[in-house]
Structure formats: structure tokens, C-alpha cells
Design a protein around this ligand. Structure first.
Ligand code: CIR
Length: 260
């Protein structure tokens, strides 16, 4: 990936949406410090970081991944599954329009970027409490003309598909298989690395050039990844995890294509 779009942490982050976790005190300063380190790590890996303006009236606005699905040919703007986050999308539209043609998920569809995993031309779409069948069908209509197949993956027990698993390259999925079943990925015949059972939220990593960005707070799963030959860059993401945010959700990663 060449570009990461990020946004600072809103000072209203304490009022974030929560689905599975109980509300805990979130320190805005700590969250922003960790987010700055995350952005610096992306930069140090050669990624151009574009920062959107802060939206203090939108508590969850730092989780930009959810607002858009980007492939090389197109950007599909999300229609968030919770009303409290719908105000985040238009400012992403303004930015992503510089890089891609843009379409939108329309009502009654809902779809959030955290539910989407791309593996080459396969798009795995989590059917979660945030992304419904109509949203996934609209995504399929938008992406099929470009040769993508969209595969629906039921996610009954986690916020998003990417809370449960992420693609880490080398035809491998890192997953908490308590939350997502391997059978849905059979079409891509992938290997799986399971998170350590003590680290339920460790299934979320970002593939960078030659290494994985991975949360510092999950050393047992980190050992499993290293044992399989993955090189890790560790970042502390504990504060925004209290808002049910994982690593991927804090950036929109895209490739520079001809003309951008
Ligand atoms: C929410 O509930 O929408 C936020 N508090 C967390 C969103 C995390 N997004 C993600 O994992 N892609």
C-alpha cells in the first residue's frame, strides 16, 4: 500500500459506540499519543499519511476504515450500521474522490469497511450487526464489473469481520476461529494462524511491505506469528481498544494507481 488516510482522535471519544465491551474510561491524550505512534510507524514503512480534519462532534471518527471500501478501481462509501456514525462519511467522500471514482451504499443497505477483507479478487464481506444483506448485495453490484467476487461471511459474535480475522499475506489468515468459521474462506484455500486463546482480540494486523503491524499487547499471538516466519512491527493500541477499535480501523490504506 502507498497511502494511509487517518484522522485524529475526537475529544468526545469517551462517547463512542460500543457493542460488546462495557464502557471504560478512555484517556484522549493517551489515545492520541498511541495514534501518533501508529501514524509514524506507517510513515517509517514508506507510506504517505494523509490526515483528515478532526471531528470532535463525531466520537468514533478516528475509525476511518469503516467509512469506505477502497479497491484499485473504485471507492464505495459506507452507510454506517449505527446512526451515530453516519456524519463521518461525507468528509471521507471529499478526500477519497481525489484518488478514486466514488459510489455509495444506499438505504436500506448498511455496510462498514471493518467488515471487508480483500484477498486479490476475492472480497470477504462480514454479515454483522453493522453490515446487512442489502449492503453486501450493493457492494457486489459495484465490484462485480471489475472482476471481484464477493463472499458473505456471517459474524454473529464480533463487531466486525476484521475484529475476528485479517489477511496477513502469504495466503494466510490470522483469526480468532471462535468468532469466525474457517469454512467461509474455503474458496480461497488459505492457511490459518489462530490467535492465542488468552488473546481474543489479536486477530487484527496490518500487512506492510515485508512486515506486519501488530498490537504490542498480544505477545503470545506475536510468538505464533514469528514462529511462522512473520516479521512484526509492534504498536501500542490499548487505549482505542477500549472503544472496540483495532489496528486496521484507524486507517484507510490504498494503492496509488495511474493518475493519482
Ligand atoms: C464502533 O462501535 O463503531 C466504534 N466504537 C469502533 C469501530 C471499530 N472499527 C473497526 O474495527 N473497523
Amino acid at each position: 500500500m502507498d497511502i494511509a488516510i487517518i484522522r485524529p482522535v475526537s475529544n468526545s471519544i469517551q462517547d463512542c459506540a460500543l457493542t460488546h465491551l462495557s464502557r471504560a474510561q478512555i484517556c484522549h491524550r493517551t489515545a492520541q499519543r498511541q495514534h501518533d505512534a501508529y501514524a509514524q510507524t506507517l510513515q517509517s514503512c514508506g507510506i504517505e499519511v494523509i490526515e483528515l480534519s478532526t471531528m470532535h462532534d463525531q466520537p468514533d471518527a478516528v475509525f476511518v476504515e469503516d467509512t469506505v471500501v477502497v479497491v484499485d478501481e473504485l471507492a464505495v462509501l459506507a452507510r454506517m450500521g449505527v446512526a451515530s456514525r453516519r456524519g463521518e462519511v461525507d468528509s471521507m467522500a471529499a478526500c477519497i474522490g481525489d484518488f478514486r471514482d466514488v459510489v455509495r451504499i444506499e438505504s436500506p443497505g448498511t455496510l462498514e469497511g471493518g467488515d471487508i477483507i480483500q484477498v486479490d479478487k476475492s472480497i470477504f464481506a462480514g454479515r454483522s450487526s453493522r453490515s446487512n444483506g442489502a449492503g453486501i448485495e450493493q457492494l457486489r453490484d459495484h465490484l462485480t464489473p471489475f472482476g471481484y467476487s464477493v463472499i458473505r461471511v456471517p459474524i454473529p459474535g464480533a463487531l466486525h469481520l476484521k475484529t475476528a480475522c485479517t489477511y496477513i499475506g502469504r495466503n494466510t489468515m490470522l483469526a480468532n476461529t471462535e468468532w469466525v468459521s474457517q469454512e467461509h474462506f474455503e474458496s480461497a484455500s488459505m492457511s490459518f494462524i489462530d490467535v492465542h486463546p488468552d488473546e481474543l482480540f489479536a486477530g487484527n494486523a496490518i500487512v506492510l511491505d515485508g512486515c506486519l503491524l501488530f498490537p504490542k499487547q498480544y505477545p503470545k499471538t506475536a510468538t505464533r506469528l514469528r514462529d511462522q516466519g512473520f516479521e512484526l512491527r509492534l504498536v501500542d493500541s490499548t487505549e482505542l481498544e477500549k472503544a472496540e477499535g483495532s489496528l486496521t480501523c484507524k486507517s484507510v490504506l490504498l494503492r496509488r494507481t495511474t493518475g493519482t
